[in-house]
Each structure stands twice: as structure tokens, then as C-alpha cells.
Design a protein around this ligand. Structure first.
Ligand SMILES: Nc1ncnc2c1ncn2[C@@H]1O[C@H](COP(=O)(O)OP(=O)(O)O)[C@@H](O)[C@H]1O
Ligand SMILES: [Mg+2]
Length: 371
């Protein structure tokens, strides 16, 4: 695992993300995937990340709740409750984790579920904490079982049991650790075991952003990157950003390339449209994976219901990628529904492809085509 660092928290986080092999290599390549950023992108993301709560755009409710939590803790001079952040990739989980440490004036220690292979790795981090430190565990649903169990005790009693020796002679030596705040992030809150979930005093779910919020985010990023962005250009990028700040920033950079190479560098609506067409981002912001998933659902499975794994095989992707990256946006956009029997396309999905949904079976004429 990466040795935890006490300095350069932001930079360290950019590195920590690299350890989470959540998604396929192809996934990393895809322009409009909200998946983990590539190494280069991580550096730029670091520069574009809001550093304080007041700088955060959107997520108003989470921001306000967090601000109360942090303010309260600061007044009492105690570490706040542990915080769980969940939501699809690219919506700001890592950003909020860093902001929490900054607002508390606390040291930030960053690691991730996959980086902690043994309970000892976690013990090494926890036993060297200073009072009030913030520990960020990204992809916390991927934590190995023994580490997870060690975390229960640490979160609740600020104690770890260090096992010394092997076999029947092994003894667990309890070790007190400094009161700390755990910030966990996950794209799959449903996978967290209840005992772990219950130990978080504060849980926030990040949802997709409104176009108006993305508009502000794109303008802010353009300022920071020195991109000449016109209002109508910002609007166009925001609208096609799939509700995701990471994608908004990514599209902005691609559109800037296009503007510099094919035009005078100014991003207008017409230019943004031309560039985004080239990069296969459609009007609704659906990317290739979204369209592949939806297209398979509609054309190959007659609108469903179809199981997640079958659908994933049909588009040649990991089930987790389809579930974590594509589905939340399709569901939220009213294009797909998750039912107990499987995934189904909504009428809007058919319309997206210019098709008419088949008659629901209940309405079919007896003895007719659908019998
Ligand atoms: N609320 C926000 N306001 C402005 N920019 C944001 C916001 N949330 C995220 N971003 C931008 O999106 C990028 C991805 O956010 P990040 O926190 O890494 O997402 P996650 O950890 O959920 O995948 C960040 O680098 C930041 O520039
Ligand atoms: Mg992250």
C-alpha cells in the first residue's frame, strides 16, 4: 500500500485514487465516463477542486448539513462524527473529504479499500494518528473483511486489537488510538455491511447536478484554466455533462482543444456543439456506454426486464461498470428503471432512439400479435 502522508494532502489523494482498480482500462479511456480519472487528469482535477465548503457549487443540502456538523464539532473542540459519502463517480466525494479536513484544520490521511490488503495495513495507519486527524478511505466497500472488523472497534471505541504471535499462542493486545474522524466514500453504499454503515454518524448521498449548477462549475473551471468561454458555450457544455462535474471539466478541456485548433480559441455554442459531436456526446449528455446499454435494452431485449449481468455481457462490459457508471444516470434521467425482475426501458428510452415501445402485454388484443 501507499504509505500514508501527512503533507500535500491534495496531491496524495490524486495518487491514492490510482490504487482503486474499480473499472476496466477501456473505461478509463472513455471520454465521457465519470469513472476514475487518469493520472494526468488527476493533476488537473486537483487544481479545479473547490478547497472550502463555501466554494462548493451545488449539493446545497449536503453542504449545509456538513457545515453544521463541522461547526458544531469545532465549537465543542471534539472530532465530529464519522462521515459516509456515497454516490456515482465524479460528483465530489473526494472533494468533500478533503474539504472536511481543511475546514477542521485537521491532518488528512488518505487511503482506499483496495489499498488496505491486511488488517495490519489499517492498524499501521490508525495507530499513528494524531488527535482529531481525518482518515479518508475511498472505495470503502472494497475493504477486506479483517480490516473492516478492525475498523468497527476503531470507529466506536478508538481502539484496535493488535494480534501478536500466531496460532494458539496468539494474543490480541488492545491499543488505544487518538480520536479521529473517518470519512468513507463509496459508489455502492448498498454493498456496505450494516454494522459498518451504522457506525457512521452522518451519511450523505451525492446526487447528479442540475444543468444550472454545472454551468457555474464550467465557468469557474474556465476561469481557472484561462479558457475563453462564452455564456452560450458554457450552457451547451453544462447541458451535456451528464450531471457530473468531472465530465463537465473534461468536456471543457476537449472543447478548448477544438476551439484552439479549429477556431480562434473562443468557446461558443456552435463550437461546443461541433466539438461534442466529434466526441460522441449526445444532446442529453449520454455517452457511448449509456447509449450501448440503453440500445441493448431496447433492441436486443425488447425493453426488458433483463438482468444486470446479461445486459453487461451484451455491451461487453463488467457488470459493476454498467451498474455504477451508466445506470444511475439512465435511471435518474427516466430512461431506465430497476425492477425486482430486472432492468426495463421506459417509453422515454424508446423515444430516445426514435422508436415506439411495444404495446404492454395487458393491453394486447387477445389472439393478436402478442399472444
Ligand atoms: N461541487 C463541486 N463544485 C465544483 N467542482 C466540483 C464539485 N464536485 C466535484 N467537482 C469537480 O469534479 C472533479 C471530480 O470530483 P471528485 O471529488 O474527485 O469526485 P468523486 O470522488 O465523487 O469521484 C473534481 O476535481 C472537481 O474539480
Ligand atoms: Mg474520488
Amino acid at each position: 500500500m501507499t504509505p500514508p502522508r501527512r503533507d500535500g494532502a491534495h496531491e496524495a489523494a490524486e495518487t491514492a485514487g490510482r490504487e482503486a482498480p474499480a473499472l476496466s482500462a477501456a473505461e478509463e479511456e472513455r471520454l465521457v465516463s465519470a469513472a476514475l480519472a487518469s493520472a494526468d487528469e488527476r493533476v488537473i482535477e486537483g487544481a479545479l477542486r473547490p478547497k472550502r465548503l463555501a466554494e462548493v457549487i451545488g449539493q446545497g443540502r449536503v453542504r449545509e448539513q456538513l457545515s453544521l456538523l463541522l461547526e458544531g464539532a469545532l465549537r465543542r473542540g471534539r472530532a465530529p462524527d464519522h462521515v459516509l459519502l456515497s454516490g456515482p463517480p465524479g460528483l465530489g466525494k473526494t472533494t468533500f473529504a478533503m474539504i472536511i479536513a481543511t475546514e477542521l484544520g485537521a491532518q488528512l490521511r488518505i487511503t482506499s479499500g483496495p489499498a488496505i490488503e491486511r488488517a495490519g495495513d489499517l492498524a499501521a495507519i490508525l495507530s499513528t494518528l494524531g488527535e482529531g486527524d481525518v482518515v479518508f478511505i475511498d472505495e470503502i466497500h472494497r475493504l477486506a473483511r479483517p480490516a473492516e472488523e478492525m475498523l468497527y472497534l476503531a470507529m466506536e471505541d478508538f481502539r484496535v486489537d493488535v494480534v501478536v504471535g500466531k496460532g494458539p499462542g496468539a494474543t490480541a493486545i488492545p491499543l488505544d488510538i487518538a480520536p479521529f474522524t473517518l470519512v468513507g466514500a463509496t459508489t455502492r453504499a448498498g454493498l456496505l455491511p450494516a454494522p459498518l454503515r451504522d457506525r457512521f454518524g452522518f451519511t450523505a448521498h451525492l446526487d447528479f447536478y442540475e444543468a444550472a449548477e454545472l454551468d457555474v462549475i464550467v465557468r469557474r473551471s474556465a476561469d481557472l484554466l484561462g479558457v475563453a468561454l462564452r455564456g452560450d458555450g458554457a450552457e451547451e457544455i453544462a447541458r451535456r455533462s451528464r450531471g457530473t462535474p468531472r465530465i463537465a471539466n473534461r468536456l471543457l478541456r476537449r472543447v478548448r482543444d477544438y476551439a484552439e485548433v479549429r477556431a480562434d480559441g473562443t468557446v461558443t455554442r456552435a463550437l461546443a456543439r461541433a466539438a461534442l459531436e466529434l466526441y460522441e456526446v449526445d444532446e442529453e449528455g449520454l455517452d457511448r456506454l449509456d447509449r450501448a446499454v440503453l440500445g441493448a435494452l431496447v433492441t436486443r431485449f425488447g425493453g426488458g426486464p433483463v438482468g444486470l449481468s446479461t445486459l453487461a455481457v451484451a455491451v461487453g462490459e463488467e457488470a459493476e461498470t454498467v451498474e455504477v457508471v451508466a445506470e444511475p444516470f439512465l435511471v435518474r434521467g427516466g430512461l431506465m428503471a430497476r425492477t425486482p425482475r430486472g432492468r426495463v426501458a421506459t417509453p422515454a428510452a424508446w423515444a430516445h432512439f426514435g422508436l415506439t415501445p411495444p404495446e404492454p402485454p395487458g393491453l394486447a388484443v387477445p389472439g393478436g400479435l402478442f399472444e
